[in-house]
Design a protein around this ligand. Structure first.
Ligand code: ASN
Length: 317
C-alpha cells in the first residue's frame, strides 16, 4: 500500500469512528431501525411475506439513468450486483402472491450525485409486489404503510424527534396526485423539487412517459407512451420517496418495450424466457429506507441516517 493510500484509509477510519459517535447519527439509526421494524410488521399484518434479498444475479434492473456497473465473471457467466429486485419480484409473486424484501441495492452513481444529499451508492429499499393488483391498490397500500409507520414513530421515538426539533404532520386521508406531464408543464424540468419544496404532504406523480422510465412498467393501451406507474415525493424538499407501477407481463409487450428502449433481448433473457412460459400481471413499488429516515428526522444529508454511508465518488468503509 502506498503512503498516500495508507493515509487515506487511516483518515477514513477516523472519520468513520467520529461519524458513529455523532449523536445525530446514533439517534437517526435508531429511527431507521424502527422504520424497518414498523414497516415490516405493517406489511406482514397486510398479508405480505418477507423474502430474502438477492445480492448477485445474472439479471438486475437496467435503471433509467447511468451508473457504473461492476461486472463479476465467474462459473462461465456474468453476474451483476442488484440495482433493484424488480424482476425477481415479478417472478416470485407468481407463486408467493404478496411479497416484500428489505433489499440492499448497489448503484454506483456518478460522483456529481454527491451534491444532492439524497444519494448513497449502497442503500436499502423495501421492495413490495403483489400478484393481480392494480396501481391504485398499491398506492393505497403505500399511503397506509407510511401513515402507520409515522404514527408509530411519533409514539415510540418521541425522544428522537424532540432531539431533532421535528414535528411530523398528520397526513390527510389521501395524498394528492399530479400527472407527470401536467407537473412538468407547470413547473418545468425541476418539477419534483418545486412540488416537494412547496408541499407539506407527500404528493404522487402519476402517468409517467415512457422515456422517463425503464421498459418494465406497463403502458396504457389507450394512451401509448404513458405508463401506469407512479412516484411519491416526500414534502418539504425531501423529494423522491417511492417509485413503482403496474408491470408489462405479456411477452409481445415486453419485447416491444425492450426494443423501444434500444436495449437487447439478450440482456434480459433470464426474464424473457420466463415471460415466454407465461406470467400473470402484478404491481408494486419500492420505498427507500434511508430517504424515509432522512425525511422523518428532517436531516440535510442522507449519510447521517446510516452507520457506514457510501457517498457517490468516495471509497468508504
Ligand atoms: N422498486 C422499484 C419498483 O418496484 C424499481 C426500482 O427501484 N428501480 O418499481
Amino acid at each position: 500500500m502506498q503512503k498516500s493510500e495508507f493515509e487515506y484509509v487511516r483518515n477514513e477510519v477516523l472519520r468513520s469512528r467520529d461519524h458513529l459517535e455523532d449523536e445525530t447519527v446514533v439517534r437517526a439509526v435508531k429511527v431507521q431501525s424502527d422504520i424497518r421494524s414498523f414497516a415490516g410488521s405493517f406489511l406482514r399484518g397486510s398479508g405480505y411475506i418477507e423474502i430474502p434479498p438477492v445480492i448477485i444475479s445474472p439479471l438486475t434492473d437496467p435503471l433509467n439513468h447511468p451508473v457504473i456497473d461492476p461486472r463479476i465473471k465467474s462459473y462461465g457467466g456474468d453476474f451483476w450486483l442488484t440495482k433493484s429486485m424488480i424482476f425477481h419480484k415479478q417472478i416470485a409473486v407468481q407463486s408467493l402472491k404478496k411479497i416484500f424484501i428489505m433489499s440492499p441495492n448497489i448503484r454506483l452513481e456518478l460522483e456529481e450525485k454527491q451534491r444532492t444529499g439524497r444519494h448513497l451508492y449502497e442503500f436499502t429499499q423495501i421492495d413490495i409486489e403483489a400478484l393481480n393488483h392494480s396501481r391504485d391498490q398499491m398506492m393505497a397500500l403505500a399511503e397506509a404503510l407510511i401513515k402507520d409507520v409515522i404514527r408509530r414513530l411519533k409514539k415510540e421515538d418521541a425522544a428522537e424527534f424532540r432531539y431533532f426539533g421535528r414535528t411530523l404532520p398528520d397526513f390527510a386521508e389521501k395524498f394528492r396526485q399530479v400527472k407527470y406531464l401536467d407537473a412538468r408543464k407547470e413547473y418545468g424540468d425541476q418539477f419534483e423539487k418545486a412540488i416537494s419544496e412547496s408541499s407539506r404532504e407527500p404528493v404522487w406523480i402519476v402517468d409517467i412517459p415512457l422515456e422517463a422510465r425503464e421498459f418494465y412498467d406497463r403502458e396504457y393501451e389507450d394512451q401509448p407512451g404513458i405508463l401506469r406507474d407512479m412516484d411519491l415525493l416526500w414534502p418539504e424538499g425531501f423529494e423522491e420517496a417511492i417509485s413503482g407501477g403496474e408491470r408489462e407481463f405479456k411477452l409481445d409487450r415486453i419485447l416491444e418495450r425492450v426494443r423501444k428502449k434500444g436495449q437487447t433481448e439478450d440482456q434480459f433473457r433470464w426474464f424473457i424466457e420466463l415471460a415466454k412460459m407465461g406470467i400473470e400481471e402484478s404491481a408494486g413499488f419500492g420505498i427507500g429506507v434511508e430517504r424515509f429516515t432522512r425525511y422523518a428526522c428532517g436531516l440535510d444529508r442522507i449519510e447521517k441516517v446510516t452507520p457506514f454511508p457510501k457517498v457517490p465518488g468516495k471509497v468508504s468503509l
